[in-house]
Design a protein around this ligand. Sequence first.
Ligand code: PLP
Length: 292
Amino acid sequence: MSHSILMTLDGERHDPDAPFLCADDLAAVRGDGIFETLLVRGGRARCVALHLERLARSAAMLDLPEPDADAWREVIDVAAKQWTADAPRGAEGLMRLVYSRGRESAGHDASPTAYLTVGPVADRVTAVRRDGVSVVTLDRGYSIVAASSSPWQLLGAKTLSYATNMAALRHATAQGFDDVIYLSAEGAVLEGPRSTVIAVYDKTLVTPPSEVGILPGTTARATFELAEKEGWDTSTRVLRTADLIAADSFWLVSSVTLAARVTALNRYVTPVASNTEQFADLVNRAIGDDTE
Ligand code: PLP
């Protein structure tokens, strides 16, 4: 693969085309680990502090050793600069941090496997930012109380077990949709398989609370922080599909795609609101104002 970077937490750069993981790494055989995905833009990774905070939170939920934030910050910085030097001018990068429980054969002495990769952002991302996405709602099959009643389900941790999310996206594609919004057993709006839902009502932004069993999104958080500074109202509350339809616009936001307007929900075509550009611009500025 051209222009890609593989770096371990000790700062060593590895050949991204050579075999790297041990076959018994618990990332590979159990999906037992966590990850983060960051956008590299303009020579640096964005929202690093928020991603490292969430990495630590996910690690705690999985009883993994606390990640070494200083070491991560350093390799993130080196890899982002390297990407910017190697890649075509101005090309954005997708950086993934991976932190697994280590090798199965090491038993209780296992130490975590920790590395990052940087590669190109998929071509479709430009189109999605510009044109938005059509979305189907899919039942996630559990209640909004499951996060607290069944903590072993790890709802809200960014674990390496994303097979069900990928299956949901394939299911949507097979039905002619671009993306998914999960609903709880009660019909509450949850999240996308790789994004947070934000609804815009005039100058108010609303997103579901993380307590319903969803990942706390870094992009949504950065956006809410900037929005509040700029005089928007923000709130987190349980939303229904009808609340999305009633919004001026609603969005799937995430670190790499940033803001994708939902253009159709279950084939109901959502009208383009006058503040559409304004919201997309807010998200772009929110991830740019990060000053670590
Ligand atoms: N929810 C899920 C399930 C995700 O996988 C992601 C990102 O990949 C998000 C929400 C959005 O999080 P962030 O804005 O930190 O990228």
